[in-house]
Structures are given as structure tokens and as C-alpha cells.
Design a protein around this ligand. Sequence first.
Ligand SMILES: [Cu+2]
Length: 414
Amino acid sequence: MFLAVLTFTAIASALAVPSTELVERQLGSQSANQTILQPVTTKKLTSITFPQSVREKLIWGPFKLSAANGKHNGQLDKGSDTFNTILGGLCSDCYILKADYNIADKEGTRLTLNEGVYLHHAIVMDTSQTQPGMPLTAVCSAKELADGAAALAKGSSNGMASSSGMGMSGHSHSRRSVSSPNTQAMIHQKRQSGAANSFPVPATLITKGNEDKIAYYAAPNSTLKTGFWLGKGQHVATTIDAVNYRNETKDMYFTIDYEYTPFPQGKPKDHLDVAMSIMSSNGCGGLAFHPPKDKSVTYTSNQWDVAIDGYMLNILPHLHDGAVDLQILVNGKSTCRSQAIYTPSADKFDGKQWESITGYTTCDKPIQVKKGDKIFMTSEYDLTKHNLRPTTQDHGEAEGMAVAFFQFARDNKQ
Ligand SMILES: [Cu+2]
């Protein structure tokens, strides 16, 4: 069970949390009779993305971060502090459409490295619900599965040599290539055991790191009615792990700024529930690849079979510098092309300026898929246009990667 939990949270967070023990400890502490933390502030705001919805910003805290040179209880980073709590004050009997999760000061203003604080990861789950099975399954040959298993064995023995100094603020994660095979291999085990629809993982609202990432549970400008349901028995367990770089203690708060639709009469029948999901360029194990330096190349993933009727929405790529785009092809037809947006970096490397990916163009329309559909993902890398991230001593050789996160809305009528 904990491996399954690890699998999902690790996948979903782009592998920011690749430690079995960590997740075990976190969920262990959350399943106890923990008191519910009520917000210190609840602000009513005007909805932006879904004008008919209710928008509120809740602030919980303070969480006391130790001074950088003090004692820490973080499990992934020797300088981080971890807080496990149950968040009260959220809507109940409501569909959440969009939510922005951040660490902040008392007023609710986001804390960043400018204030000396780095969010290593935050995980928010409703433990009163379980995550449905993965909607896509990787189709792998016997050889690919064996390679995946080998990578799994190698990955787990590597452990988590985490050293997230300030360098982690850049985009760099050789650690991901260590843990990725684990998660991918777990999918295979899942598939082989034929238990694709029973996945005992708490329903995940978000897993994120320090990046700017808003969760959408419904597609803006779409008539498709979807959302993340929070019922009356909700139990919103949250783990926040943050690093304080200054030699003084710091009061940190946690904020959720969200838009939702209340349904006081209970769950409506015409809405579809969403669950976080993922596909990658190699669902058969090993995510990293090494693009050629002198020409464009397009990577095509293994085949992914759709296991459940529904809709893929709010596709969010995760690509490395050097990438041009990510495309999703359903039955051979391109249904989404998301392009990497580059911004010149403030830093120089070997005296040269380089550009980094700072965002992606979005695919607005939900993609309808049916059981048995075949999906491929492609990603173009062109190192003549964009450099790979320069390597550093800590993080090893920069590599290419292509992952797509999305919300999957299950069609109830199937
Ligand atoms: Cu990556």
C-alpha cells in the first residue's frame, strides 16, 4: 500500500518526493487522531477563472521554521522542516474547480527565495476518498518490463541523496531519473496484476514543489462539468516541507486560494469527478534521454492504452531545457500540442546567457477518450535552438525528459 502511495505521489509531484519511508511516515502520522487546524483568515474574493463560482482564500498557520543553522526535522533535506496537519475551513459538499496552493506570510503573500524560503514540497490529499485507477496503461514488451525492473532495483538502492541547497531553486533533478523507473515499474506491476481500478491511494488535490503551479479541476471556457468533490466527511491531510535559508526562525503560513461551486443538496449527477494522472515518454521505465547536439529530434513514447472512458483536461507538460513541444496523439491524431516558453535566465554559465523553460502554451479543450483508444506522446527536442540545462557537480549530466500531467474526468455513464 505504501509503495502504491509512493508511486502516485512520486509520479504526481514530478518525483519531488521519492522516498517510501517518507510517505509512510507522513501518512502514518496523518491517519492518527490529529486535530483539525482551522484557518486564521478567510477572505472572500472575486472569482476570476470561473465567474459563477465562489472564491475564497484561506490562511493557516503559523508553522515555525527553524533558523537555517538550527535543528530540523525534514526528511529529504537536512535543512528542511516538515509539518503534517489536517486543514479545516474548506468548503464541504462542493466541487473545487481551481486552487492555488502556496506558502505565505501572515497576510497571505507568497514566500519565495527572496524571503529566504523554499518550498521543497507540499502534498494535499483528501484521505476520506481514494484515488481511482490510472486511466492509461503503458504497453510494454517483456524486455522493456525487465529493463524497468532492473531500473527499479537500481533506483531503490540509490536511496535519496538529497542536497537541495540554493541550487535546487533552478530546474535540476537528476534525482528524478533515479526514482522514475520505480514509479513506472509500479505501473507495470499494477497492469500485470490486473488491478488497474483499485488503487488505494488517498485522492490527491495537489503535489507541488517551489514552482508556480495552479491546479485546475475543470477546463476553463468549457461546457464539460467537472471538479474535485469535497464531501462532508472530508479529511484534508497536508504535508508541507520547506527550507529556511536564513539564520533566524520564520513564521510560515499555508494558503489555498480556490474557486468552487457549492452543492448544499449533495453531489450533482451531471458532474464528472477528476483525478490527477500522468503519462510520460517512456512508461516502460527510465525517463531520461539524451538528445543529439546538432539537430532536431522527435521522441515518440510507448503506446498507452485507455482503460476508462473519460476526458483528459488541463494537460501540463514537464519538459527540460532543449525541448520545443509536447504532443498528445489519440488514435494517430494530434489532439494537443503544447509548446515550451523560454525566458532568458538571469544567471550565466561559462560566461554565456542561456534560456530556460518558464511555461507552456496550454491545450484548452478537454480531450475525449474511450476505452481501447491508443495514445502516443511525442516531444521534439532541438539543441540547435535551445541549450540543455548546464550541468553542475551536484546534479550530474543534464538530460531530456517529457512528462504530461493532466486531470482525468471519468465518464460516469460508461
Ligand atoms: Cu524533469
